[in-house]
Ligand binder design. Structure first.
Ligand SMILES: *[C@@H]1O[C@H](CO)[C@@H](O)[C@H](O)[C@H]1NC(C)=O
Ligand SMILES: *[C@@H]1O[C@H](CO)[C@@H](O)[C@H](O)[C@H]1NC(C)=O
Ligand SMILES: *[C@@H]1O[C@H](CO)[C@@H](O)[C@H](O)[C@H]1NC(C)=O
Ligand SMILES: *[C@@H]1O[C@H](CO)[C@@H](O)[C@H](O)[C@H]1NC(C)=O
Ligand SMILES: *[C@@H]1O[C@H](CO)[C@@H](O)[C@H](O)[C@H]1NC(C)=O
Length: 312
């Protein structure tokens, strides 16, 4: 009883105190309205600036995927444009470009000019088509001068990462981006380590099915003598030699077994298609492409429409 009685006047006092405080605060606020407004707009301003910066950092991982192919592979390019053009990677801007050496036939100049006018996704290097005589080397060496317009500007580097991929590899862009997010953005050498049986990313080198490096390594290749002196040989092995000799790519990431060869024919480098996949290699015919696309529900986002009744 005693406790209850004595608490009542205390509560009244407290509420009166609150009212007075709020009243005072209101007067203070109205006096300082101008200053307060400034504070709010400043807060808004710095907030929006900082959020746009962090958005940039989070959203704009810029990746170039160079698919090495031959000028005459029109149909393959057509198909790959569909495969990559129908993926919407989150948190990244990914440019897929087809890479080849000098055109050799007169007709190519017209047909490939048409492709460039329509898609602008072709890089023609100053080299003669070759398997193991440095096309990949020319590709990486030339990149800094091709994408030189951002040099040291706000959009530098033009790409944070550059991937070299084969034209029989299916890269799942979202999985690729997710796997890159936690990784270092410099001195990175990423891929499927060779030999197939090894899980040690420093063992030999990353398979040519699809390996990726950060932009600082691209610039190093451009400037260093090591790649210039060692050009001939299997492109992926040669690339690995540069990394070892130049002590580059000390941040290595082995994406095995999220990257692998198509299960048929079975080999040490292949396994069944699985949910967590970044890339499937050796899609040597249309049947393998279709089975792979179906496994990953690639066409599931297709909208319903009266235009096509019997597609799903
Ligand atoms: C916010 O960005 C705008 C335009 O980008 C700039 O003019 C302003 O100075 C920036 N404000 C702050 C607080 O950084
Ligand atoms: C292209 O390569 C040839 C032979 O390697 C060389 O003579 C020529 O100067 C190069 N052209 C350009 C534009 O770099
Ligand atoms: C590629 O073509 C250009 C222009 O036709 C020529 O100047 C250059 O020498 C060629 N390069 C090679 C390596 O064949
Ligand atoms: C980029 O390269 C082109 C052609 O080689 C050259 O004309 C241009 O000045 C270069 N731009 C920069 C910013 O270096
Ligand atoms: C594809 O869709 C089926 C049916 O909805 C689902 O069971 C399967 O897990 C999906 N596959 C992948 C790789 O997401």
């Amino acid at each position: 009883m005693v406790v209850v009685k004595s608490s009542k006047p205390n509560r009244k006092h407290f509420m009166l105190y609150c009212f007075i405080s709020i009243f005072f605060l209101c007067i203070l606020a109205s006096i300082n309205e101008l200053r307060f407004d400034n504070l709010v707009s400043f807060g808004r301003c710095s907030l929006s600036n900082s959020s746009s910066i962090s958005n940039k950092q989070q959203q704009e991982i810029r990746i170039l995927i160079g698919i090495l192919t031959l000028p005459d592979q029109y149909l393959r390019r057509h198909f790959l444009r569909l495969v990559y053009g129908t993926q919407n990677p989150e948190g990244a801007k990914i440019d897929v470009k087809f890479v080849f050496c000098n055109l050799t036939k007169e007709e190519q100049k017209t047909t490939i000019a048409l492709e460039i006018m329509r898609y602008n996704d072709i890089i023609i290097l100053n080299c003669t088509e070759n398997m193991n005589k440095g096309k990949t080397s020319t590709f990486f060496t030339t990149l800094p001068s091709i994408f030189n317009e951002t040099v040291k500007g706000p959009n530098y580097p033009p790409y944070h990462y550059v991937m070299k991929a084969d034209d029989d590899t299916y890269v799942r862009l979202n999985s690729l981006v997710k796997s890159l997010k936690p990784l270092p953005s410099e001195d990175l050498y990423y891929g499927f380590v060779i030999p197939c049986g090894s899980m040690d990313p420093f063992k030999h080198y990353m398979s040519g099915m699809g390996f990726l490096v950060s932009w600082d390594i691209v610039e190093w290749i451009h400037g260093s003598d090591i790649p210039k002196k060692h050009v001939e040989g299997p492109e992926d092995k040669v690339f690995g030699d540069w990394m070892r000799w130049g002590r580059r790519g000390l941040n290595r990431y082995n994406a095995k077994w999220a990257m692998y060869n198509y299960p048929d024919p079975p080999s040490v480098c292949s396994h069944d298609l699985v949910h967590d996949t970044i890339a499937v290699h050796l899609l040597k015919n249309q049947e393998k492409w279709v089975k792979t696309l179906n496994f990953f529900n690639h066409t599931a986002p297709l909208m319903q429409s009266n235009l096509y009744q019997h597609l799903s």
